[in-house]
Every structure is written in C-alpha cells, then in structure tokens.
Design a protein around this ligand. Structure first.
Ligand SMILES: Cc1ncc(COP(=O)(O)O)c(C=O)c1O
Length: 399
C-alpha cells in the first residue's frame, strides 16, 4: 500500500471500513482524476454537490478574487460583507416574498439545527415532527430526527419532543397539532432511495401546519438548485415553506448551508435574549463568493432548463433485466435492482470501469445516480453504457 494510503487510514478519522480509497489528483467538469491519471465520470456529484461539475471556471475565479481581497474579518453577523449581501439578495429574488432573510451556516446539518432552534424560539413550542426514513444530517440534533432506533441507541438520549410520521401518509398529518413547533421534511425523500410526494402531499402538510400554527421546514439540501428539474422542488409542488434549508450544491464545491425565512421570524434570534444563534464561519466571504458565482451561473446559463430531458434520456437508456424500477425526480435518481445481491457488484464494477455511483443510506436494493446537471448527451450515453456493462457483469455472476 502506498504511504499516502497508509497515512489516510492511520491519521484521517474513518467513517467506515468500506471507504472507496480513491486517491484524487484533480477534478474538472464531469471528471475526477485519480492518482494514476485515470478519469472517472462523475455520476454522483459527490452526493448532489457538484451540480456545475468540478472546478467550474466562474466559481474558481470568484474564489480567487475574493480570497485575494479579504477572507475572515469577524464572526457572522457583525460586518457588512459584500459577497454575503450579494448572495442573499440574488437568492431571495428567486424565492417567495416570505423567504426573504438568509441565515448562513457551514453545512446542511447546521442549517437543520438552526431551523429547529428558530422554530422553538418563534413558536414557544418544542415538539418537532420528522418523517420516517428521512436523513437530515449527523449532528446530535439533526440525527435525533432519524427514525432508526437501532442506529440511535448508542447516541441516546436524543432531543426531547421528536415524533415521526410516514412520508406520503395523509392520515398521519393529524399527529401535527397545536403542540408542534415544526414539521421538517424533504420534498423528495432522498436516502430511502428517492420517494416523490404523492397526491398533493406537500400541500396537505402545508395546510395542516397553517391550521395548527406549526412551522413547515422544508429540507431542500439535496433537492435544491435545480436537481429535480426546478430551481427548488417546492416550486414544482406549488407550496411555500416557512423555513427553507439549503446546502450541498449551494457552494459550488465549498462548504456552506443556510436556512431562509421571513425577516420577522428570523429577528426572534436577535432579541430576548440576543445572539440566539451564532457561528464563527457561517457566511464566510470566500464561500459566499463561490455560492454567488454558482447560483449566477445556474441562472445565466439556464442550467435547470435541460434537467428533465436529461432525466428522460437516462431513463430510456437504463433497460436491463436486473432493473426492477427507476425512481427519479430530475437528476436525483434511484435504480432499484431485482435482487439485493446484485447491488455491490453493480456499484463495484461501475467504479472499476470508470464511472462513479454510490449507495443510499437506507435502501439496500438501489443505487444512487445524481450526475452534475451539466452532463452532456454523450456523457449520459457513456455513463449509462458503463452501468449496463456492470449490470450484465452482476447478472452473469448469478445466472
Ligand atoms: C436531505 C439532507 N439533509 C441534510 C443533510 C446534511 O447535510 P450535511 O452533510 O452538509 O451536514 C443531508 C446530507 O446528505 C441531506 O441529504
């Protein structure tokens, strides 16, 4: 084993014994290059992050320019920093008028934490409802929203007042009551293998939240910025949440997240007592410059326009006897196989041949496809060709 591999295992804390162990040399556009120089077609976007591909020139230029001007000057909220203001202005122009105030943080989980605190302070209630099979992050509070008791056991006690409902179950909405501070959920559930809302589910949640005075927190950390074929998935389903959560692709490859709400609600953090939520690095100017360049490029280059056509093309190419079902919302896709035993062979072989795909957290029969939104028609053909080869390999192993 090369010494960098040994040092990675020894000195970089590991999350599992199954890490991909790919040594990266560089990344550009749709490709990540390993240490041997081999190009890997990214069909995964580093889990829905690199929507503009890797090292988009506009993003790199914005980072370089801002890094040479100023970086950290003060903790979040004290200094007026141009990149933050520019980003918040551009983002809120794309949203409903009630989503007009952006609280910047450093990750998706932090956006979840901040939004839960905001809901508690604003409503004076503490019950939070989330959906079974949802994933909202790995910090203590975000993790407490998880419905997986086995997983949570070693981290107990979790947050008090967490209750669960099943996604798409209209009957469960009666569990949202006058005691509920907030309901937090994804418009399209990701980690259970892409479940889309059925029968106006989002509108029903919206109506119930309004009826009982609970806040509707929508986690668009994975679905945001065009992934589902709309700039935000809630635009497609025609609902406006009280609090919107964003992260992942927001920074064009740099770490940033935010929760967005009405200024009147957000101002509850700044009094009684003040400093209700604080962060040192949230809204870092370099990161905000990257986020601004990312959003501007998505808008100027009309990146979202072709997402549904690309989804359709991928679906038309993925025909194989071991595919049971393809579930998708834009370029957020799950390919479910007929048998669980095929999965590791398909994922392993695809990566070996030269395309990057991944597993889901809570679905052992499906693999994840979430390519950068800039993927070309030719690259879709290339990627699907590799996937079909890998499926044929898996099929031949058992038949
Ligand atoms: C829907 C959703 N919410 C929240 C998070 C947590 O984001 P982060 O890993 O940036 O903390 C994730 C991460 O995968 C996610 O998919």
């Amino acid at each position: 084993m090369s010494s960098i591999r040994q040092s990675f295992i020894k000195h970089v804390a590991q999350t599992s014994e199954l890490s991909m162990m790919m040594e990266i040399s560089r990344a550009e556009g749709m490709y990540i290059y390993d240490a041997s120089g081999k190009a890997h077609l990214d069909m995964n976007s580093g889990i829905s992050v690199s929507s503009l591909g890797h090292c988009h020139p506009n993003v790199v230029k914005a980072i370089q320019h801002q890094a040479a001007s100023y970086m950290h000057t003060m903790v979040y909220g004290e200094h007026i920093q141009g990149p933050q203001v520019a980003y918040a202005s551009l983002l809120t122009q794309q949203l409903a008028s009630s989503l007009n105030s952006v609280y910047f943080v450093n990750s998706g989980a932090e956006a979840v934490e901040g939004a839960m605190k905001l809901a508690k302070r604003y409503t004076g209630r503490y019950e939070i409802i989330s959906c079974t099979n949802a994933y909202h992050g790995s910090t203590q509070g975000a993790e407490a929203l998880r419905s997986d008791d086995d997983f949570l056991r070693s981290f107990l006690p979790g947050l008090p007042g967490i209750r669960h409902i099943d996604f798409n179950n209209i009957d469960h909405l009666s569990k949202i009551t006058e005691k509920t501070a907030a309901v937090i959920f994804e418009p399209v559930q990701a980690e259970c293998g892409v479940q889309t809302p059925k029968n106006d589910y989002l509108k029903a949640v919206r109506a119930r939240c309004t009826e009982v005075g609970a806040l509707m927190i929508l986690d668009e950390i994975q679905t945001g910025f065009g992934r589902t074929g709309h700039l935000f998935a809630h635009h497609k389903y025609d609902v406006v949440p009280d609090v919107l959560l964003i992260a992942k692709s927001m920074g064009g490859g740099l770490p940033v997240g935010a929760f967005v709400a009405d200024k009147e609600m957000m101002d509850s953090f700044s009094k009684n007592p003040m400093l209700g939520h604080i962060t040192t690095f949230g809204g870092n100017p370099v990161v905000c410059a990257a986020a601004h360049a990312t959003l501007k490029t998505i808008l100027d280059d009309e990146i979202v326009k072709d997402v549904l056509a690309k989804e359709k093309l991928i679906r038309s190419l993925l025909i194989h006897p071991i595919i049971k079902e393809v579930r998708s919302s834009g370029l957020m896709m799950a390919v479910e196989l007929t048998k669980r035993k095929y999965l590791k062979h398909v994922v392993g072989k695809t990566i070996e041949i030269g395309a990057l795909i991944d597993y889901f957290l809570f679905n052992s029969k499906s693999f994840r496809l979430a390519p950068p939104l800039i993927i070309s028609e030719q690259q879709i053909h290339d990627g699907c060709g590799i996937l079909l080869q890998a499926m044929e390999y898996a099929y031949n192993k058992y038949n």
